[in-house]
Design a protein around this ligand. Structure first.
Ligand code: NDP
Length: 451
């Protein structure tokens, strides 16, 4: 039995239905780091893996709030404080009806290694609620956020745990959460990132993850000797924060982003996505992508239900580079096969773990450049840390300073991941490179801090 199989066996009882995605994330890391465990037995001696896969604490709480009809609503809140070996727990809040403890454990676990790769002093955590902001009035979102913070404030602080946004949590929600924290604690401190600029937010935080994904991809293509994205057809999934800004940066550099998607369907606009219209539909009107073809009648809208169940329309569009930016496991083996058959050269994960293990294996075995989420989408958390620094020193960075530092950070992450992969005999495998480099950083700190 290989060292990876031995390690995975220890965690088999955590592979229950709720923990499925957490187990998937853990398994990938264990396979990647097997050569490191074999080359240095200190990681086994200090039981780093056993300690790393168990969160420091999982906080679960009831959130009770009044809707616009004065009916009492009850939701569940979570905060998984996973690991603070490198700095305060840091990671987003997700508001979506599909969440459970297993999803937050998967996201928190990924966040530990992602944050380590940035080289910044931040640990890993994640949280949120099964509250669904969709279809709720502004007042209902505000009341929910206040009720959520009434409990969460006990566990967070600028040196303890600093949440940010994720699916369903944008600057509106962060604003309400910050307002409530301020009211309860009578403090004005950088306890959340992704705040609106007018009260402590960093310029470019909204753009950071999407822009970072493109900076990472450009560097990866350069290191792998491939042509740059300029002038190339690119496909993007999602139509939220990450997708919108990935499309925006692709347009800045002269690439042609021809798609986007939401939970109901896909838009294919071969002339390039109309970003102003897309922002209006999603940010102002919070409406369905179906609205897009009312303006651009020559674009195609493919409802989710109209596409065969074992694949996704967006990955059937021929492209040079693909950017899954919606949600976990949104790109399966059938999709990977379609992308490969259509000549796709590069896939970069904007969302967290959007590619299934089978899809990832197909990309790697067909020499498709593959940028894994924990490296490629670290731009959001990096700029969150810049926001923490600005709050702590009561300063404001210019847009240009944030952008330049973000670009440099993404290029450093990409280079470190590529070099680590090379050092461990898996040149070009950015999945293993990211897992080994991130794990090593956290593990060495854990050893130095004692048990
Ligand atoms: P948003 O809530 O802003 O947007 C999510 C988008 O994805 C929405 O347009 C949503 O559709 C769409 N979507 C959800 N499920 C599906 C699906 N099954 N198929 C197609 N589209 C779907 O979230 P973010 O953009 O912030 O986050 C997207 C991903 O990026 C997540 O995995 C998140 O964890 C990750 N991420 C986000 C960071 C950030 O800074 N925001 C940082 C790092 C990672 P609809 O509009 O219908 O709801």
């Amino acid at each position: 039995m290989s060292i990876a199989e031995e390690e995975i066996k220890k965690f088999e009882n955590s592979n229950c239905a709720e923990n499925k995605v957490f187990y998937q994330a853990m398994e990938e890391v264990i396979y990647s780091i097997a050569p490191l465990l074999e080359s240095d037995n200190k990681y086994t001696r200090y039981a780093i893996l056993e300690r790393l896969v168990v969160p420091d604490r999982v906080i679960k709480f009831k959130v009770t709030w009044l809707d616009d009809n004065n009916t009492i609503q009850v939701n569940t809140g979570y905060r998984v404080q996973f690991n603070n070996a490198l700095g305060p727990y840091k990671g987003g809040l997700r508001f979506h009806p599909s969440v459970n403890e297993g999803i937050f454990k998967f996201l928190g676990f990924e966040q530990i290694l992602k944050n380590a790769l940035t080289g910044l002093p931040i640990g890993g955590g994640k949280g949120g609620s099964d509250f669904n902001p969709k279809g709720k009035s502004d007042f209902e979102v505000m009341k929910f956020c206040s009720a959520f913070m009434t409990e969460l404030h006990k566990y967070i602080g600028p040196r303890i745990d600093v949440p940010a946004g994720d699916i369903g949590v944008g600057s509106r929600e962060i604003g309400y959460l910050f307002g409530e924290y301020k009211k309860i604690t009578s403090t004005y401190e950088g306890v959340l990132t992704g705040k609106p600029f007018m009260f402590g937010g960093s310029l470019m935080r909204p753009e950071a993850t999407g822009y970072g994904v493109i900076y990472f991809t450009q560097k990866m293509l350069e290191l792998e000797g491939k042509e740059s994205l300029e002038g190339k057809i690119c496909t993007v999934s999602g139509a939220g924060n990450v997708a919108l800004h990935a499309i925006e940066k692709l347009q800045h550099i002269g690439a042609i982003a021809v798609s986007c998607s939401d939970s109901k369907g896909t838009i294919y606009d071969s002339r390039g996505v109309d970003l102003d219209l897309l922002k209006d539909i999603k940010l102002n009107r919070r409406a369905s992508l179906e609205e897009y073809i009312k303006v651009h009648t020559d674009a195609r809208y493919i409802p989710l239900a109209d596409y065969p169940a074992d694949g996704h329309a967006v990955w059937d569009i021929p492209c040079y580079a693909a950017f899954p930016c919606a949600t976990q496991n949104e790109l399966c083996d059938v999709d990977a096969q379609n992308l490969i058959s259509n000549g796709c050269v590069s896939v970069t994960e904007g969302a967290n773990m959007p590619c299934s293990p089978e899809a990832t294996t197909l990309f790697l075995s067909h020499n498709v450049c593959f940028g894994p989420a924990k490296a490629a989408n670290a731009g959001g958390v990096a700029v969150s840390e810049f926001e923490m620094s600005q709050n702590a020193s009561m300063t404001k960075w210019t847009f240009e300073r944030v952008d330049e530092t973000l670009k440099a950070t993404m290029e450093q992450i990409c280079t470190r991941v590529a070099l680590t992969a090379q050092d461990y005999g898996v040149k070009g495998n950015y999945v293993d490179g990211a897992n080994i480099a991130g794990f090593k950083k956290v593990a060495d700190a854990m050893i130095a801090e004692g048990i």
